[in-house]
Design a binder for this molecule. Structure first.
Ligand code: TMP
Ligand code: ZN
Length: 411
């Protein structure tokens, strides 16, 4: 979505990009050969607003280009994520829901219902908001009440008149996708009961800077939040950040807990995080100039390694056609010459090609039945789950290539 003359999406102050990642396709836009000609690209530039301290993309494709009937991301495919959402649900139930009767919860970006099913099974009145119709259909088919629309202030009013106010609104890996965030926060404010909570998780800026995990930056992630920025965004919209907790999901996330201003005691955790962010210079534009250099080094190291392995006639494949890998591959200019194919367990991605660089995506069995010499771990955030099941690959002499936090080979 075109940003208005490079103004901050939150506070409207002027912002300038500190870095360009070049022309990028839709990160989840896996495509067939006949679609190569018409593939959509946008210039991916990142900025840091010195006023409200929000890290953001300058431009973002229209949301309907990303979240539609072909959205290939099904949360329920990872068993570790299933477990995470079970725990997240329990956490909300234990801490913020006093009685199951008369309770109403809403999830923003409810995907295939992975989280809400835990509330449905407890007979709790619930509503999922999920604009990608294919994943929403799975949730609906499983009896989870779902609306297939983009959430904003207007939809909040509609929900309010049809369902009433909510005790808890939550979201995982979705709020950072939504460009008109002030409208979302205002909508949340209107929908929440006075003592209600708004809890969401997203990849954390502090982790991205620490690990140079620049693959968190792609079309969908219009923001990468910090404690400082969320505090500022909340304050603009009548809300208050009262607690936060680190999460290991998606390569290092943060769970933000918000409520109507003044309705809850603010935890000392917030003060500690704010101090830490200041100490790490996360609120200063200089830190992002350093990040830029680190991204460029990472890109060069990965490209050089793959060129070297190619010259040694090694077979290299990619493991996990993640949305994040689209940034790595396009920024680092890695194509089928350097990576033979990428294996992935998602049927909707298989037999298609990676966005932009057009590396073939293949069924997992291609890997299992004919191990390569090296596998680039694109799904690095699922390392534990993957390493648990790929012991045999290592035993047979297979090697992993990592690029987070820096380019390396294991074992
Ligand atoms: P994510 O990083 O956005 O969660 O996407 C993970 C991708 O990796 C998804 O397309 C599924 C794929 N994947 C595998 O192919 N094998 C696996 O064992 C795991 C955990 C993920
Ligand atoms: Zn701003």
């Amino acid at each position: 979505m075109k940003n208005n003359h490079n103004n901050c999406r939150i506070c409207n102050k002027n912002i300038a990009p500190f870095m360009s990642f070049g022309e990028m396709p839709i990160a989840n836009g896996f495509l067939s050969k006949d679609q190569f000609q018409n593939e959509y690209f946008f210039k991916m530039e990142t900025a840091f607003c010195d006023t409200c301290k929000t890290f953001q993309l300058i431009d973002q494709p229209q949301p309907t280009k990303m979240f539609n009937e072909n959205y290939p991301f099904f949360s329920s495919l990872s068993k570790y994520m299933q477990l995470h959402f079970e725990k997240f649900s329990e956490y909300i139930l234990d801490n913020f829901i006093s009685s199951k009767k008369d309770t109403f919860v809403i999830e923003l970006g409810s995907n295939d219902g992975i989280m809400l099913k835990n509330f449905k099974n407890n007979n709790i009145k619930h509503l999922g908001i999920e604009p990608s119709t294919n994943v929403a259909k799975i949730a609906k088919d499983n009896g989870i009440e779902t609306i297939s629309k983009f959430f904003d202030e207007n939809l909040a009013e509609e929900i309010l008149s049809n369902y009433g106010k909510a005790d808890a609104i939550f979201s995982a890996n979705c709020i950072c996708h939504i460009p008109n965030l002030n409208s979302v926060f205002r909508g949340v404010f209107k929908l929440l009961k006075d003592e209600g909570v708004f809890i969401y998780e997203d990849p954390y800026l502090g982790e991205m800077l620490k690990k140079t995990s620049y693959d968190q930056i792609y079309d969908e992630h219009v923001y990468i939040f910090s404690i400082t920025s969320v505090k500022n965004i909340a304050e603009r919209n009548g809300l208050e950040l009262f607690d936060a907790e680190r999460q290991i999901t998606h390569g290092g996330s943060m769970r933000y807990m918000l409520a109507k201003k003044g309705s809850r005691k603010v935890s000392s955790n917030i003060h500690t995080f704010l101090k830490e962010e200041d100490n790490l210079k996360m609120n200063s534009i200089n830190r992002f100039d350093i990040f830029k250099e680190q991204c460029e080094k990472s890109k060069k190291d990965l490209f050089d390694l793959l060129v070297k392995l190619k010259s040694q006639n090694k077979r290299v494949i990619g493991y996990g056609a993640t949305s994040k890998s689209t940034t790595i591959l396009n920024f680092s200019n890695i194509d089928e010459n350097l990576i033979e194919y990428i294996c992935d367990t998602t049927p909707l991605k298989q037999n298609k090609f990676s966005p932009g660089m057009h590396i073939p995506i293949k069924d997992y069995n291609n890997f299992k039945n004919n191990y390569p010499d090296y596998a680039v771990l694109f799904a690095w955030n699922h390392k534990k789950e993957i390493f648990d099941k790929e012991q045999d690959y290592i035993k047979k002499g297979g090697k992993w290539i990592h690029f987070i936090p820096e380019v390396s080979i294991e074992p």
